[in-house]
Design a binder for this molecule. Structure first.
Ligand SMILES: CC(C)(COP(=O)(O)OP(=O)(O)OC[C@H]1O[C@@H](n2cnc3c(N)ncnc32)[C@H](O)[C@@H]1OP(=O)(O)O)[C@@H](O)C(=O)NCCC(=O)NCCS
Length: 151
């Protein structure tokens, strides 16, 4: 599978994808800190390894018996091809057994694309945080019971 762990040399391309999609505003030191954190799992999707080009990435945090999906993105011209699902699957399957109970995430209420993607992959909405983001938008909280995940 064309999924591997993220490394420092991927960061310019990760920032490019983030900027193209304008859904998040992390800077390079924030991504670099994720790479160094022993509780983080960072993966990238690179379709063609002969002419390497990262097309998507995902970052998970491992929190005792649970995990959290911090960020997932696929470059616009590569969306709707199953890359998001592949990144999600690969990340969840790499979590160690103690991290396998549930995976949580939060997403902007208005991000219907991501919400549909998460729901399609088994995540269940369970709560809303009002005015959660700095611009006042609500956050929707989702969780996935890993036994019942993606088939
Ligand atoms: C969410 C995201 C990662 C999905 O990646 P992807 O590679 O397109 O996902 P997949 O191909 O595995 O799954 C696609 C499914 O997700 C949903 N989806 C993806 N794009 C969609 C869109 N523009 N509108 C509605 N639903 C969409 C659909 O259910 C779709 O199924 P379909 O292709 O059969 O219609 C991608 O849309 C993305 O990068 N979005 C911008 C970044 C973002 O908002 N990330 C989440 C917040 S951290």
């Amino acid at each position: 599978m064309p999924i591997r762990e993220m490394n420092e040399s991927d960061l310019p391309r990760i920032l490019e994808i983030q900027q193209e999609l304008a859904f998040q505003n992390w800077d390079e030191p924030q991504f670099a800190a994720e790479l160094r954190a022993n509780y983080a799992l960072c993966v990238v999707y690179e379709a063609d390894q002969s002419t390497p080009q990262v097309n998507g990435y995902a970052i998970f945090h491992l929190l005792g018996p649970d995990s959290e999906l911090l960020s997932i993105a696929v470059s616009r011209d590569c969306q709707h091809k199953g890359i998001g699902k592949a990144l999600l699957e690969a990340g969840l399957s790499r979590l160690s057994p103690k991290d396998k109970d549930r995976c949580f995430l939060e997403v902007r209420e208005g991000n219907t694309t991501a919400r549909q993607f998460y729901e399609k992959n088994g995540f269940k909405f369970f709560n809303k945080r009002k005015n959660y983001y700095s611009d006042g938008e609500n956050a929707c909280l989702y969780s996935l019971e890993l036994e019942s995940r993606i088939n």
